[in-house]
Design a protein around this ligand. Structure first.
Ligand code: VGL
Ligand code: ZN
Length: 223
């Protein structure tokens, strides 16, 4: 099968049981990203998957804040922290990748949000905006200049990852049909897409991607 430029990385953000229907923080139609991702991941020479990976009692859990409700926010550590139902607790089934996600093309797994007192939406930086996860160093070490972002949730971790990728100087694309969002309140996903596009993220669909790379031919490697 043809592969994309060796300088292109494919990021699969948080396709975990807890973010899919039946999970603790289910994203509507979250599981529908899986067949799309499975179809296109193998077009890319470098595939990285992330896992939201929280300790019990994590700062992002409403249950860690007396009297607080999920889907609200508190100020803590000088930052606004959105509060969620307990989710993706390290080592629990909810933190596993969704069983339908094809992990065969995945070369690296980056875990984030593992510090009790700090959340991490972006795959590149924790929410203090400066503590690196190591993904940037990994991609640079591999010579990656372009990234395609997919997964969950469009309005949180996917958004933060794509915006950081642009900021770090990667040519950045979002595969729109390979993402789904929390969308609370409704319209949040639409706004996130507009914000990403306005920041220089290219919005593409899986079909165009597959067709473009199939047509490119000579520039691509084969395996
Ligand atoms: C996410 C909320 C809380 C995400 C992670 O993966 O977008 N959202 N933790
Ligand atoms: Zn989380």
């Amino acid at each position: 099968m043809k592969k994309t430029s060796p300088h292109t990385a494919f990021l699969i953000i948080d396709v975990q049981r807890d973010f899919c229907p039946g999970g603790r923080l289910a994203v509507k139609q979250g599981d529908l990203v899986i067949p799309v991702i499975n179809r296109i991941a193998r077009l890319f020479p470098v595939v990285v998957a992330t896992q939201d990976w929280h300790p019990a009692g994590h700062v992002s859990f409403a249950s860690s804040h007396r009297g607080a409700e999920p889907f609200t926010a508190v100020e803590t550590g000088g930052r606004l922290q959105e509060l969620w139902p307990d989710h993706c607790v390290q080592g629990t089934p909810g933190a596993d990748f969704h069983p339908a996600l094809d992990l065969r093309p995945v070369r690296f797994i980056v875990r984030k949000g593992f510090r009790a007192g700090m959340d991490s939406y972006s795959a590149f930086f924790e929410n203090d905006r400066e503590t690196a996860t190591g993904l940037d160093g990994l991609l640079r070490g591999l010579g990656a200049t372009d990234v395609f972002v997919t997964g969950l949730a469009t309005d949180f971790c996917v958004r933060a990852t794509a915006l950081d990728a642009v900021r770090l100087g990667y040519r950045t694309f979002l595969v729109e049909d390979a993402c789904r969002g929390v969308d609370r309140p409704a319209g949040a996903v639409r706004r996130a897409l507009e914000e990403m596009e306005g920041s220089g993220v290219g919005l593409v669909f899986a079909e165009e991607l597959a067709a473009a790379y199939a047509a490119e031919g000579s520039a691509a490697e084969t395996d």
